[in-house]
Ligand binder design. Sequence first.
Ligand SMILES: [Zn+2]
Ligand SMILES: [Zn+2]
Ligand SMILES: [Zn+2]
Ligand SMILES: [Zn+2]
Length: 383
Amino acid sequence: MILTQCAFCAVDLGLSLGKKCGRCSTRYCGAACQEQHWKEGGHDKLCKKIKKAGGAEQYNANNKYAEAVAVAAEACAEDTKGQTCYICTQSLHWKTKEGLVRGCACRGTAGFAHVSCLAEQAKILFAEGEENNLGVEVLNARWGRWSDCSLCEQEYHGVVRCALGWACWKTYVGRPERDQVRGLAMTVLGNGLTGANRYEDALSVREAELSMLRRLGASERSVLAVQGNLAVLYEELGRVEEALRMKQDVYAGHLKLNGEDNVSTLMAANNYAATLKDLRRFEETRSLLRRTIPVARRVVGEGDGLTLRMRYTYARALYEDPGAMTLEYLREAVTTIEEIERTARRVFGGSHPLTVEIERFLHKIPSTVRREADLESQVKISV
Ligand SMILES: [Zn+2]
Ligand SMILES: [Zn+2]
Ligand SMILES: [Zn+2]
Ligand SMILES: [Zn+2]
């Protein structure tokens, strides 16, 4: 569950404390709040409706989903003007009247769709896979439809990812807690909220997820994955030292569990390095990345977002380090960042968060330094 507060006074209840409404499962800190909510908070009018929708969690998911779709369609309105959905071929959705979105790497007239159509497709494909026992590989690929565009095969980002996250959660929240798919849906929702910079909301979902996994005695692998995601949120919320400790543990955990040549280990290394850099521990950042970037090139390839992010962090750890401030280092850093920006633009498109982030950083570099670097673009790039 992700509703962790008293519905009336909003005090934090954790995951199992409190008192539930017998009909609709709305949670309260105690009988007093429940009574007041009924008398003054309008619960007398809503209770039936919430019960009918499938209980408090489902009702909340449905509402949040509708809000997130509206936000996404609004944000994409300019980009999607005059286009039609590649799934239902309409401009307005026949039933929900929602507008179109696009939040992947599709260009031109490709990839416009309604969140509802994307969600319906993902739901049907996955259900079909489950019903016919198509095996883990097929199920994984189909599950990917909740986060990746089937046309350009890149992840959705920003508000579109967030809307799909709520769509996914709304679809599977009603399953029993032990059902693995419900847990996966929670992860997708957490990713979506993080992708849309809703860090506080994402944090409460991730914390609920972690405590659920512990309660169910989940595998080390699953716990590490959630801890890794939590650490990212701590950092975004300014709890940097906490983030660093957790990222270090997660990286060590993955190394032990999966070895060096593994995507999860590499992602953990990249996350750890980014925080080391933010704490201006440049030497350690570079040393970690010098070991792991060659592995990333081998395991996921040069054009993969992970490799690009690692190289970007490395270049920043050079550029921002006053101790390494020689002209040669500076040039190496700037040339690398420019090259990564071109690759990111080619692979993900100009509106992708990585491309945008790098571009923003490049703008802050004084033009004199960039000209120097351009002249020297033949300088050998070592990492
Ligand atoms: Zn209360
Ligand atoms: Zn109720
Ligand atoms: Zn559609
Ligand atoms: Zn796409």
